[in-house]
Design a protein around this ligand. Structure first.
Ligand code: ZN
Length: 142
């Protein structure tokens, strides 16, 4: 009997997604802080897109790993993507939940209950995105 072939990529376990984030951190460009961060996004079609932080001498132009991964995902697959899971890791053994800017940017593309894993003081913590950003900015003009 032939296995049924599908176009969908199998979903990664949370441990596998976290490991992808950790691997992405190896490419970090962080000569100013030394804080090496990676992010992995699992999209609803099963694709996994990673990103790392890229610092800049001006500091303010630095982009976080999460936004780096999101920009890459949209560039690669288009704006219709939806994120169903996120993992953030760093090579510094430091707590690193997504920053406020990344939460707001992810909000436009992520499923509300998508699990977000990140290093916390007690170890890897997982929270639904809606708990990380309960009141995202929305533009609703009257
Ligand atoms: Zn950020």
């Amino acid at each position: 009997m032939q296995p049924i072939e599908t176009n969908t990529t199998p979903l990664l376990t949370s441990e596998e997604l976290f490991e992808r984030a950790r691997q992405a951190a190896l490419n970090s460009y962080s000569p100013y802080s030394g804080f090496r961060v990676g992010a992995a996004l699992q999209l609803t079609d099963g694709s996994v897109v990673t990103g790392t932080n890229v610092e800049n001498v001006s500091y303010g132009l630095t982009i976080c790993a999460e936004r780096s991964a999101l920009v890459r995902a949209i560039s690669q697959f288009g704006p219709q993507i939806r994120i169903q899971a996120v993992a953030v890791a760093n090579l510094n053994d430091a707590p690193s939940p997504p920053c406020g800017a990344c939460r707001q940017v992810l909000a436009e593309f992520i499923l509300p209950d998508a699990p977000v894993q990140f290093p916390a003081a007690e170890g890897v913590r997982t929270m639904p995105f809606s708990a990380l950003l309960p009141l995202a900015f929305e533009l609703k003009l009257k």
